[in-house]
Design a protein around this ligand. Structure first.
Ligand code: GJV
Length: 483
């Protein structure tokens, strides 16, 4: 490249040594050469014009080619592309070989070159290498439909899901009990029921207590019915319906109590909790009460004989034929995602459950939800097969009266079943366990950086037999839920 520039420069300089208005005799050799080749019929002005144009053209060519070469050099080193673009990692990636970069879900990755469709030249925290483009997402796309609100509020706009929630007696009855047992303290208070649906909690407030006002907030089309239900149940004087997204609310006043039923599978799925926290920070009075006041995620190592035999062992032998090569395929197809609505039998719990994550609803921040990690250490209580882990949540409702009872909604296998049931995470291979064995590890909830209502759950585990001194090596499995 430098040689090329020198040649260009030399060419330009040779032209510049033409005398402005001097005689032909004082012209430099280049001019003479051109003079020699030029037909004599060309006058001096035309010749000068030609020389000027040549000078301009050669200068332009020199600059243009230098820039091109600079860019090519930049691409090779990955360092001098002036405007790299930032992408977000959708999943963990472990690079193989020195030229591939490893990264974790949520990492911000600078892309320097996208000229190849599948592999991009990238920078992560000062390291350079190739990354698979399919694992990355441009942050601008996030704004468009990362919350999938149309689909989400659409699904709550008809009665189907409300039927399911209202049929869930332990759920609905817990909220009724919370209002009832706090009815005296609720007198004169302003309550907000966030995501009120058909308005059941607001109606409990209006009928069982004497609050100053209840602000019932609902963004889906079910709100049309809620309005009629409020009137039908004689609560129009106290319950005011706000047909709005919680984030766009405009209320007459702040509230003393913020009540909501926001919990999803594994507590956080759907991430309605983010709306609740935003509203808390904007509309809850200093020292106001959150219902639920706290929430925990629980985990237990478990046996899942039926799931394993019906989905994997099934392929062993069919009608006298060997189908066993499909077992790993089945394992991948049926167990790479968690199973919602799993009904864990208490006898399938291999240990006493453990609370792995706790959220204090008065203090937790939205940013805390991006990544939550909980550790566990289980002692196996009976001989069996460890097929996986089951998770569920509990919520707690503090009393408005100091020293009053805290009420609990527990969705675990030892309580009355709710519509959430439990969530099952199947390992890739069953592990035989004995009483006294130890299963230790961690669970990590990783919120999807793009699809904001989704998360992935990674479970890391290792086992130590009763008579062994050391743990096995750590194994890990990541379960997308759902994206
Ligand atoms: N603003 C208003 N209503 C909402 C919002 C929001 N940001 N988010 C959810 N809802 N336990 N996972 C409403 C939704 O339309 C539905 O009627 C109800 O809250 C969900 C309640 C149960 N979901 C849950």
């Amino acid at each position: 490249m430098k040689i090329f520039n020198l040649i260009c420069l030399f060419w330009v300089l040779q032209f510049r040594c033409l005398p402005a208005g001097g005689s032909e005799e004082r012209a430099c050799p280049v001019q003479l050469r051109f003079r020699f080749r030029f037909p004599l019929c060309l006058g001096r002005e035309r010749f000068n014009l030609f020389v000027c144009l040549s000078v301009c053209l050669s200068a332009f060519l020199s600059v243009y080619l230098s820039v091109c070469l600079l860019e090519m050099n930049g691409d090779e080193s990955g360092e001098s592309n002036p405007e790299p673009e930032e992408f977000i990692a959708l999943e963990d990636f472990t690079g193989s070989g020195a030229e591939q970069l490893s990264f974790a879900v949520g990492d911000r990755i600078l892309i320097h070159d996208q000229s190849c469709a599948d592999w991009w030249w990238a920078e992560v925290e000062g390291r350079y290498g190739y990354v698979p483009s399919g694992y990355l997402h441009h942050p601008d796309a996030e704004v468009e439909d990362g919350w999938q609100d149309e689909e989400y509020f659409g699904s709550y706009g008809t009665l189907k899901l409300h039927l399911e929630m209202l049929s869930d007696r332990p759920r609905t009855e817990t909220y009724r009990q919370v209002i009832l047992s706090n009815s005296t303290a609720l007198r004169g208070k302003v309550v907000m029921d966030l995501g009120c649906g058909t308005g059941i909690i607001s109606l409990f407030c209006g009928r069982l207590a004497e609050p100053a006002a209840v602000y019932a907030v609902e963004a889906s089309a079910v709100a049309e019915h809620t309005e009629r239900l409020v009137k039908l149940n004689g609560c129009e004087g106290v319950v005011t319906l706000f047909k709005s997204r919680a984030e766009e609310l405009n209320l007459p006043s702040k509230v003393d109590v913020l009540v909501s039923e926001w919990m999803g599978n594994c507590l956080l799925f759907e991430f309605m909790v983010e709306s609740v926290l935003c509203v808390r920070d904007r509309w809850l009075k200093e020292g106001g009460m959150m219902w639920p006041s706290s929430a925990t995620l629980s985990l237990v190592p478990c046996q899942a004989d039926d799931d394993y035999s019906q989905k994997v062992e099934f392929w062993e032998n069919l009608y006298g034929l060997d189908y066993s090569c499909l077992q790993p395929v089945a394992q991948e197809e049926f167990f790479s995602k968690p199973k919602f609505s799993h009904q864990l039998k208490p006898e399938d719990c291999l240990s006493t459950p453990c609370d792995v994550i706790t959220l204090d609803m008065h203090t937790v921040k939205v940013s805390d939800l991006e990544k939550l990690r909980g550790e566990f250490q289980f002692t196996v209580e009976r001989r069996g097969t460890l097929h996986g882990f089951s998770a569920w949540f509990s919520t707690f409702f503090q009393s408005l009266d100091e020293g009053g009872p805290t009420l609990e909604l527990n969705t675990g296998p030892h309580s009355e079943p709710t519509h959430w049931k439990q969530t099952l995470f199947m390992l890739d291979a069953p592990i035989p366990v004995e009483e006294g064995d130890c299963v230790g590890g961690a669970i990590i909830l990783h919120r999807n950086p793009v699809w904001r209502r989704h998360m992935s759950i990674t479970i890391e585990w290792r086992k130590k037999s009763r008579n062994e001194a050391a743990f096995s090596e750590v194994k890990s499995k990541r379960f997308p839920m759902w994206r």
